[in-house]
Design a protein around this ligand. Structure first.
Ligand code: GLC
Ligand code: CA
Length: 571
């Protein structure tokens, strides 16, 4: 059903896109639901590759590495903010929305990068931080001039700091209040994040128009979509949590209407770190955001593998509401922020800290600032299993740069910088990231004994068919052989053995059975597969045929952290 309708939507929109034509689809075949089948790679230009030996990654460097990303098999890149910025929140503090930070290159470099990416069939999703600007942005500089400045109410001002009392603080380690005093104009301004990031006032139509102009600017250049940063907090209202308010949804729907009208095929990905039921409205009736992150699933995958029990994963997916056919969850294991523990219970949070962040320096705000490989104790079996689930659970998977080689972190770098160190290309002093001296790099390369570039780098892993990198390539290739993963339904199988997580993904006639051993010990499992009586499971990585499914419980054995994907063939 889902598949049929989705295809009908596809056809309609493809025709529309062909008639209207747009910059982004000139080299990539028009496919309006492309984001549903995408495999996303998240990276920061600064961290990827330095082309001019100044120690900072840049667009020319990234352009040189597009071949690597294409070869990895990802289809879409999500770039962290690259705009002019004082970089007090790594670029999420934007000082100018329509230019490039000089360290990363020029607008011309960006356009050349975008063209080359499109030529290689890679789509580009960029960041729009709509909730707030840097206090260095010209809008704020004007607004703070005086209380009667025409831009004054582009931001949110009060004489006292006691408004919106119900609103929580997000950066609990740095901020005591969501109000900050402005000594220039002698009033308080509202900020949900760092105090140097004043919130824009979305009650002001001029602000909505200004942000739409920003979107238009990048859509005209040809970007394929936006991650909408911190989207629940656009509008605030007294007496509420000021999150997910109807007024905020109205603003997003307006942007969506305009984008669909002028730039069909481009997408919004919402960053709403909320429970699934509260995220659901961000999809609207397929008239708001195309995609939204599934935040609560991520910590539960880490819980499940530690508890050796499928319950946390099954529970959260059972609580996840249906979304419109043209929409999609975005799922991930790690990203550029702390591993957030906002969407878990107090008990679960205690468990996660105890299991994954015994050392207090590993904790930040309400989360854990570590990368995938160190979290999994460098155990490549666990790294594979977690990525296997990432690639087979419903949603569009997002890989955080470096995790495809099992890169390490540096929890001593402060804030979230420990998971934003230079990409490790070779075993050299600067990990092949830059020709600058190592001490000149924007951040030191990871140097501990387990994860330094001599141990972990792209070059050596490319030479071994058994490396994490080579394995990731095969996993991605296998995933791409079927749209069941990206568009199919999920049904859980409920074996008595709770260490095993098994599910059936289904799209029309195509059926794939996934069986994961979440435990550190070998397991036998009996699966009730009577619904597929007569089918033959074909293991997708190797192509081997397994015994035909009959009336009796289907018996499988799995080694520690093993998993299988079976295509069920009716023969
Ligand atoms: C989002 C970003 C985070 C940033 C914050 C404030 O949560 O992911 O990195 O610090 O917004 O812009
Ligand atoms: Ca550079």
């Amino acid at each position: 059903m889902i598949g049929e309708r989705a295809r009908a939507i596809d056809r309609g929109l493809i025709e529309k896109a062909m008639i209207e034509g747009n910059a982004a689809s000139t080299s990539i075949p028009a496919e309006p639901l492309w984001y549903k089948d995408a495999i996303v790679y998240q990276l920061h230009v600064r961290t990827f590759f330095d082309s001019n030996a100044d120690g900072i990654g840049d667009f020319q460097g990234l352009t040189q590495k597009l071949g690597y990303l294409q070869d990895l098999g990802v289809t879409t890149l999500w770039l962290l903010p690259f705009y002019p910025s004082p970089l007090r929140d790594d670029g999420y503090d934007i000082a100018d929305y329509t230019d490039i930070h000089p360290s990363y290159g020029t607008l011309g470099d960006f356009k050349a990068f975008l063209n080359e990416a499109h030529r290689r069939g890679l789509r580009i999703v960029t960041e729009i931080v709509l909730n707030h600007t840097s206090d260095q942005h010209a809008w704020f500089q004007e607004a703070r001039q005086s209380r009667d400045n025409p831009r004054r109410d582009w931001y949110v001002w009060r004489d006292t700091d006691d408004g919106y009392r119900q609103v929580r603080i997000i950066f609990t380690d740095t901020e005591q209040s969501n109000w900050a005093w402005d000594p220039v104009s002698k009033q308080y301004y509202w900020h949900r994040f760092f105090s140097h990031q004043p919130d824009l006032n979305f009650d002001k139509p001029e602000v909505v128009e200004a942000i739409w102009e920003v979107m238009k600017f990048w859509l005209e250049i040809g970007v394929d979509g936006f991650r909408l940063d911190a989207v629940p907090y656009l509008v605030e209202r007294e007496g509420t949590s000021s999150e997910n308010l109807p007024e905020t949804h109205a603003v997003l729907k307006l942007f969506r209407r305009r984008m669909d009208e002028h730039f069909p095929g481009r997408i919004f990905l919402a960053e709403a770190n909320q429970w699934p039921l509260d995220v659901r409205p961000y999809f609207g009736d397929a008239d708001e955001c195309h995609m939204a992150f599934h935040f609560p699933l991520m910590p539960r995958m880490f819980m499940a593998i530690r508890l050796e029990d499928r319950k946390p994963i099954v529970e959260i997916l059972n609580q996840t509401p249906e979304i419109p056919d043209a929409c999609q969850w975005a799922i991930f294991l790690r990203n550029h922020d702390e591993l957030t523990l906002e969407m878990v219970t107090d008990e679960e949070r205690d468990y996660m800290y105890d299991a994954y962040a015994k050392d207090a320096t590993m904790r930040l705000n309400v989360g854990i600032r570590r990368r995938l490989a160190p979290l999994l104790e460098g155990d490549t079996r666990k790294i594979r299993l977690m990525n296997g689930m990432l690639m087979s659970l419903p949603g569009t998977p997002i890989i955080y740069y470096g995790d495809e080689i099992g890169m390490g972190d540096n929890v001593h770098l402060g804030d979230r910088n420990g998971v934003r160190t230079p990409m490790q290309w070779t075993g050299g002093w600067t990990a092949g990231f830059s020709l600058a001296d190592p001490e000149r790099l924007y951040a030191p390369v990871v140097s501990n004994v387990l994860y330094n570039p001599q141990i972990i780098n792209v070059d050596s892993q490319s030479r071994s068919p058994h490396s994490v990198l080579s394995w990731m390539k095969r996993l991605i290739r296998t995933r791409k052989t079927s749209r069941v993963f990206s568009r199919g339904t999920i049904e859980f199988v409920h074996p008595a053995n709770h260490g095993v997580l098994a599910y059936v993904r289904r799209l029309d006639q195509e059926i794939i059975l996934v069986v994961n051993n979440l435990s550190s010990r070998a397991q036998a499992v009996e699966l009730d597969l009577r619904a597929f009586r007569g089918s033959i499971p074909v293991e997708m990585a190797g192509g081997n045929i397994f015994p035909r499914i009959g009336e009796l419980p289907y018996l499988l054995t799995l080694g520690p952290y093993d998993f299988y994907w079976f295509r069920l063939r009716r023969l």
